[in-house]
Ligand binder design. Sequence first.
Ligand code: KIV
Ligand code: ZN
Length: 405
Amino acid sequence: MTEQTSSDRVIIFDTTLRDGEQSPGATLNAEEKLTIARQLARLGVDVIEAGFPYSSRGDFEAVQQIANLVGTPSGPIICGLARASEKDIKAAAEALKPAAKSRIHTFIATSDIHLEYKLKKTRKEVLQIAGEMVAYAKSFVDDVEFSPEDAGRSDPEFLYEVLERAIANGATTVNIPDTVGYTTPAEFGALIKGIKENVPNIDRAIISVHGHDDLGLAVANFLEAVKNGARQLECTINGIGERAGNASLEELVMALHVRRQYFNPFLGRPVDSTASLTNIDTRQIYKTSRLVSSLTGMLVQPNKAIVGANAFAHESGIHQDGVLKNKLTYEIMDAQSIGLTDNLITLGKLSGRNAFRTRLLELGIDLSENDLNKAFLRFKDVADKKKEITDRDLEAIVNDEIKQS
Ligand code: KIV
Ligand code: ZN
């Protein structure tokens, strides 16, 4: 992976293992987290937020293990979350020690509603804590990210002041969270523009965005933010996360990829440049989506953009006819660009358990022996009735046989 500080690329910060794991029911053990982190590194994310080390012994150890095994010099930056408190920051620094490149991400809320009811602190106190805790994090690592939680509902003038203080104390990334998914794209874009224009020394830091999907606007908000100067996007695989989830990595990356000529000028590039806007290997997207879904147990809705089972399916006769004549009639991207390779190995009734297992692994589906046996029996049943078994059939078999049992 190349170091990403230049402003004509968009840094992809994956928080599947931290904010994504905050989805109800999506708890992952350390081994599962490591498996996902390895796949995120293959996908090419620039930063992996591996967890919140102070929150539990298990999370501490998972972050430490990822820092050790995935945080290689050529691998991604490994990041740990910490509230703006010394004990949190110390735990994050300790867990991240084995990583070749590490980042501490510290945060404190800035909206009046959070100050009054959650923190019970004044703006003056929050300003002071933000500065002191960024400086404290900086005493452990060079790469410090600061987030004013609930920025989307904070007074912009106060936000500018807090960000200025964080940068003065060494923050190299300032992340703007729409914590409750409240803003609209025009508002969020204007917020980023205001930050760029009003925060002294903002050019010393990368502007990042983080957002939740309560109104289904997270991805649209981020794209507007990129147009206004944001250069890091915090997102999760399949958009998993608190409540309605986080902005979805695959949607953001493919929007920037498919529409790169539209976005090029906002990043100071020639309109017709075909160079990629991110470091992501898009052909790893589908596999990563499957892996996260199978390990978290969170199913992907069939009509989910990019990775849903129907995302590249054409049902109506008119559409099928058009696609057979020329794919571009109804397809804006190639299924292969996200790694979908239906029928590369044709599975049929003569295929063995090993071929079956290998194909599932290629699709990012890693089953226990017991589940594999159940799924294989079902596969044989289906293969008796159907000549060729496609990747979609395999997913249906796994979903029917394993997830519903
Ligand atoms: O949603 C949020 O505000 C967060 C912060 C910790 C960045 O997850
Ligand atoms: Zn969040």
